[in-house]
Design a protein around this ligand. Structure first.
Ligand code: GLV
Length: 327
């Protein structure tokens, strides 16, 4: 019998075609909005495998109800929407799609950095609102990034690409803080490992590229922002809950930091009346870091191959919990 796969959103064709060619029976949720958890459970009950993404809540409750699932393949590099411990307890392998979006996300991060330094989103709004006015020799001033210091919180695949862009374009010094030192990246970038307090104190631009875990949740809060330079830019293109959004708002308003660039917010979606959207030195995007044709196609291929290889060879090329296949 051909396996039935629940496809939780409209994913790029590249991966879907691979699954169809392999002969799987696919049920696609074609609406723009994600399924509610009740709908997701209801649908998943009659399927062998699930292709899902960060908008699907795969928590303990879901997993206990759908413990029959043979594999879960996540279309994303982050998987904080999935209770990995429960999936592992139930013996369900969880695939993900690392690296496919590293270039795209580093581009969005780099773009936000420049946009904040030059108040781009705010200035764009002044035109829309009929407030262009005159050329003002002393107004609308941003700052230059040349020779500044980039602090990377989480120097992994995406952080390295952001650091390379900053080094090549602006000769920026690279400092970083990780759970464990990344000696290869230190050599590649001439990066220096520093403690978190030093990262906060020394960065002109502090860019977040770590996973959301209980340890990183709201690590960028009032006390962290107070340790940063008043001239610093905070950028988060990883996961919204890594920063405390009210504390960030207060920090920008109080001048504890210069400004912020966010591709992720806490919560998502951000409400249209959020004060951050109206601040001169803040630029916000609606979680589009991986949003290039190239990245999304490649993510769909990796997510499909995780399912295909599992059923062909009991291997998942990109797996979060390899221990379930070892037992
Ligand atoms: C996007 O946010 C991802 O985790 O891939």
């Amino acid at each position: 019998m051909k396996k039935k796969i629940l496809v939780s959103r409209l994913y790029p064709n590249a991966g879907i075609r691979l699954l169809e060619k392999e002969g799987f029976r696919l049920t696609m949720w074609e609406k723009e909005n994600p399924m509610t958890q009740v709908e997701l459970i209801e649908q998943a009950k009659s399927h062998h495998a699930l292709l899902c993404t960060l908008t699907d809540r795969i928590d303990r409750h879901f997993l206990d109800d759908c413990s029959h699932l043979e594999i879960i393949s996540q279309f994303a590099v982050g998987y904080d929407n999935i209770d990995i411990a429960s999936a592992t307890r139930l013996g369900i392998p969880v695939g993900f799609t690392p690296d496919a979006m590293s270039e795209a996300t580093a581009d969005i991060t780099f773009g936000l950095m420049i946009a904040v330094a030059r108040k781009m989103f705010f200035l764009h709004k002044t035109i829309i609102n009929g407030r262009w006015g005159y050329f003002t020799p002393t107004g609308n001033l941003g700052f230059e990034l040349k020779n500044k210091t980039l602090g990377v919180f989480g120097l992994g695949r995406i952080g390295i690409k952001m650091a390379q862009r900053c080094k090549n374009a602006y000769n920026m010094d690279i400092i970083y803080h990780n759970r464990t030192r990344n000696k290869a990246a230190e050599k590649l970038l001439g990066a220096t490992y520093v403690e978190l307090d030093d990262l906060l104190a020394q960065s002109d631009v502090l860019s977040v590229h770590c996973a959301l875990t209980p340890e990183t949740k709201e690590i960028f809060n009032c006390s962290a922002f107070k340790k940063m330079k008043p001239s610093a830019i905070f950028i988060n293109t990883a996961r919204g809950p890594i920063h405390h959004e009210k504390d960030l708002t207060r920090a920008v308003l109080a001048g504890d930091i210069w400004g912020a660039g966010l591709d992720v917010t806490n919560p998502e979606p951000m409400q249209p009346d959020n004060p951050l959207l109206f601040m001169e030195n803040v630029c916000v995007l609606p979680h589009v870091g991986s949003g290039t044709i190239e990245a999304r196609n490649q993510m769909s291929v990796l997510a499909a191959m995780n399912i295909i290889e599992f059923y062909r060879n009991r291997q998942v090329p990109h797996i979060v919990n390899p221990e379930v296949l070892e037992s």
